[in-house]
Design a protein around this ligand. Structure first.
Ligand code: FES
Length: 75
């Protein structure tokens, strides 16, 4: 397969989420998930962080990035 070359700059990944915290950590008790599928943000652009609100789509279009959410699925 063809490899694509992407320019990567060293910069903060988190633009503005909970900057007063030394480290942003969230935990989830999977057995208590309310919905069959819950999407968690990995792009740090969500307005509902730690949940995904679809903001990764705009981020990917604007930067050429390819990030997406972590999906937790109920068994
Ligand atoms: Fe961040 Fe979807 S909004 S992964």
């Amino acid at each position: 397969p063809k490899r694509r070359t992407v320019a990567v700059r060293a910069e903060s990944i988190n633009p503005d989420i909970r900057k007063s915290e030394e480290k942003v950590v969230d935990s989830v008790v999977v057995a208590e998930l309310g919905k069959p599928v819950t999407a968690y943000c990995r792009c740090w652009r969500s307005g509902t962080f730690p949940l995904c609100d679809g903001s990764h789509v705009k981020h990917n279009k604007g930067t050429g990035d390819n990030v997406g959410p972590l999906l937790l699925k109920k068994q």
